[in-house]
Ligand binder design. Structure first.
Ligand code: SF4
Length: 302
């Protein structure tokens, strides 16, 4: 598929969350519109491909709009949105990103995500969740410890399966091994690191998979498309090629029983550090609890 990249400017970059993201953060932030990873494995079931406001009829994976003034827009919105978030949602928290990939190849040239992170050093949110499929997230390791002094910061790295080639599905944009190494580097730098198994795809050797993740992650999130894609009973994902391809590899994997089986295995390897669906994205883990200050404490703090 031909990829068209063009530069654009935006009036606003911070979007107040609604729907299922509301319980995760007050805002989402998209440095780009569109995603170059759209024709790889994660793009098949990507929820954004159904968002007509974003695609405007274009094929998902065929376009990337580079929001070149993102940092400037963040700066101009900061005070108002911070005040609104603290008043309405308790904390000013940012999810980077929910409908694009902040470390996609265009970032190497345009450095929009970097410009935003640098601006956050000066104008920090209360917390930041960095969500990515790209091992290039470690390119900015020079910034993260400083950001961590100014805000709570958590990294979510998506690894949906243990197999790089799943049946007839496209390959992932980056090998699983590279994402595992990236997670390990973040964690070794003292940064909270979560593997988001989202959407949960067939896992050939789940015991080995989760045993491997214990070395590189503080926690995992198990997110099946049923109950996890923001629609009733996974209706959104059922419109894509993903369920059929999953069923061809493991017929049970398209059921919630499969999710429960995988959760049970993950809990054995990471006790107190397994989250499910949106609760997991929000940092609310099975076996966790609220402390006296009203903050969620993971089942097992490290
Ligand atoms: S990286 Fe994220 S936004 Fe891009 S196609 Fe994959 S799931 Fe969708």
């Amino acid at each position: 598929m031909k990829l068209t990249i063009f530069q654009t400017t935006v009036g606003q970059i911070l979007t107040r969350t609604s729907g299922f993201l509301q319980s995760v953060s007050s805002h989402s932030l998209q440095p780009y519109c569109g995603c170059a990873l759209g024709s790889s494995l994660c793009g098949v079931g990507c929820y954004v491909r159904h968002n007509i406001h974003i695609t405007r009829g274009r094929e998902w994976g065929s376009f990337v709009e580079v929001r070149v003034n993102a940092a400037e827009a963040y700066r101009s919105q900061y005070s108002r949105e911070q005040a609104w978030a603290r008043r309405s949602r308790g904390k000013f928290g940012i999810f980077l990103s929910s409908s694009t990939e902040p470390f996609q190849p265009a970032e190497r040239k345009y450095r929009v995500t970097r410009s935003l992170l640098e601006t956050m050093l000066e104008l920090p949110p209360d917390f930041l969740i960095v969500q990515t499929h790209c091992p290039q997230v470690v390119d900015y390791l020079d910034l993260y410890p400083e950001l961590g002094k100014r805000m709570q910061i958590r990294f979510h790295i998506s690894i949906e399966t243990d197999t790089d080639q799943l049946g007839e599905l496209p390959k992932p944009a980056s090998p699983i091994a590279k994402r595992i190494v990236a997670a390990g580097r973040l964690r070794a730098a003292g940064l909270r690191t979560v593997i988001t198994v989202s959407p949960l795809l067939p896992i050939a050797k789940p015991e080995e998979f989760f045993a491997r993740l214990t070395d590189v992650a503080d926690a995992v999130v198990i997110d099946h498309f049923i109950g996890g894609d923001g629609s009733a009973n996974g209706a959104r994902t059922l419109r894509t090629a993903l369920p059929l391809a999953m069923g061809a590899i493991d017929p049970g994997s398209v059921t919630l029983e499969y999710r429960e089986k995988i959760i049970a295995i993950a809990r054995r390897h990471l006790p107190g550090r397994v989250g499910v669906n949106i609760d997991g994205f929000a940092g609310r883990f099975l076996d966790g609890r609220y402390n006296a200050s009203g903050n969620w404490v993971w089942g097992l703090e490290r």
